[in-house]
Design a protein around this ligand. Structure first.
Ligand SMILES: [Cu+2]
Length: 406
């Protein structure tokens, strides 16, 4: 048994325990700024049960209220103007002002009531992906219910009897491609062993948006914008962990491609799928997990290698922004040699140019990026984010900066 597996299993004994800025077009200047995403409420959680709250960077939590023992959520399906990057405005469809929709975080055994309002100009219905619930609650338009008409509501209500990483989404195909998905995370009554110290969630989405356009082309078969929780690198907010902590990252995918998500500097175990928890004796080590369409994958690892590490889709075309015929191989201009950090002779090399290297660090200054190596933005694009394995003092310093920034 290697050391990584040993350290993963140790806890069993303690059960319960590119070129982004250039994409802004003049027509966007007159548009109103996207609304700020709603604030996240404090998670409903007793810290003694060993369960860490889930953080979904750049995406808020769905608020709820308790009515006679039922957790009530109000969800509006609506147009959402958002930004993948500063200046890259997108007219997507989402929920409660957010794309992807706010994260629903509940517990096994909860009774939930989800009041869904259709603020779209066409029919809609909501599906609860992976949940074992009465068929009339499954949200299949036509088959299990009348679709929700514009301006009307439908009340979904059921009791949860599973735990794991699930999601909610429109069950109208093209609406899915407008962005209509969100996490539905159900915690077990007691934490799975070994328990994790940090628990993150990332929604993988892809979009086809031509330059000077803000509306995704939902019929496209090729995609030039790749997002994690609605942001493209380097706008994806890094995940912060302390050295030595055990970390879970939940990944879900809604789009037309499967994404091989690769973690640098660590091996991980896939501990859960869209069907729930994998038996501990069945997990295998990996550092790249294929997250297929409509699938969920939970990965867990001990963050014992300090540094700032990429977590990203490894499809080359998914590691860049705004890929179009205007950049990359199709754009051959000898004048780019200097602009793209090439050599003066670059234009004599067949194939030039391929990649550009643009440092735009000053546009992504926030506590979570404090202390990253200069130039980090040039290599963090598309479906890419960063997990920062920090020494405790640095971790605490950034947390204090975040508290000060609020
Ligand atoms: Cu990908």
């Amino acid at each position: 048994m290697n050391s990584a597996r040993r350290s993963f299993l140790r806890g069993l004994a303690t059960v319960a325990g590119a070129a982004t800025a250039a994409t802004t077009s003049a027509q966007h200047v007159h548009l109103p700024a996207p609304p700020a995403k709603p604030a996240s409420p404090a998670p409903d959680r007793d810290p003694r049960d060993g369960i860490a709250p889930v953080l979904t960077p750049d995406t808020p939590h769905m608020p709820w209220r308790l009515e006679s023992g039922v957790k009530v959520f109000e969800i509006a399906a609506e147009h959402v103007r958002t930004e993948f990057l500063p200046g890259r405005v997108v007219d997507a469809w989402g929920f409660n002002g957010s794309v992807p929709g706010p994260t629903i975080e509940v517990n096994d055994g909860d009774r939930v009531r989800l009041v869904v309002e259709n603020r779209l100009p066409e029919l809609f219905s909501m599906h609860w992906h992976g949940l074992e619930i009465p068929v009339e609650m499954d949200g299949m338009p036509g088959l299990s219910q009348e679709p929700i008409k514009p301006g009307e509501k439908f009340v979904y209500e059921f009791t949860l009897k599973q735990n794991g990483t699930f999601f909610y989404h429109s069950h109208m195909a093209m609406q899915e491609m407008m962005g209509m998905i969100g996490f539905f995370i159900i915690h077990p009554r007691r934490a799975h062993a070994p328990r994790v110290d940090r628990d993150f969630g990332i929604v993988l989405q892809e979009w086809a948006i031509l330059p000077n356009n803000t509306i995704p082309n939902t019929m496209a078969m090729e995609f030039n914008w790749l997002t994690m929780n609605g942001k493209a690198g380097p706008a994806t907010t890094p995940m912060l962990v302390k050295r030595g902590e055990r970390v879970r990252i939940r990944l879900i995918n809604m789009g037309m491609d499967h994404h091989p998500i690769h973690l640098h500097g660590h091996q991980f175990y896939v501990t859960g799928t869209e069907g729930g928890r994998i038996r501990t004796t069945a997990v295998i080590p990996e550092n790249t997990v294929l997250v297929g369409v409509a699938q969920a994958r939970d990965i867990e690892f001990v963050a014992d290698n300090p540094g700032d590490w990429h977590l990203h889709c490894h499809l080359p075309h998914h590691m860049m922004n705004q890929m179009t015929a205007m950049v990359g191989p199709a754009f051959h201009d000898p004048g780019m040699a200097g602009h793209a950090h090439g050599s003066p002779q670059a234009s004599t090399v067949p194939g030039f140019p391929q990649d550009m290297f643009m440092e735009i660090d000053d546009r992504f200054v926030k506590p979570e990026t404090y202390g990253l190596r200069r130039g980090w933005t040039a290599g963090t694009m598309g479906m890419m984010t960063i997990i920062r394995v920090l020494e405790p003092a640095m971790f605490d310093k950034i947390q204090a900066m975040k508290a000060g920034a609020r």
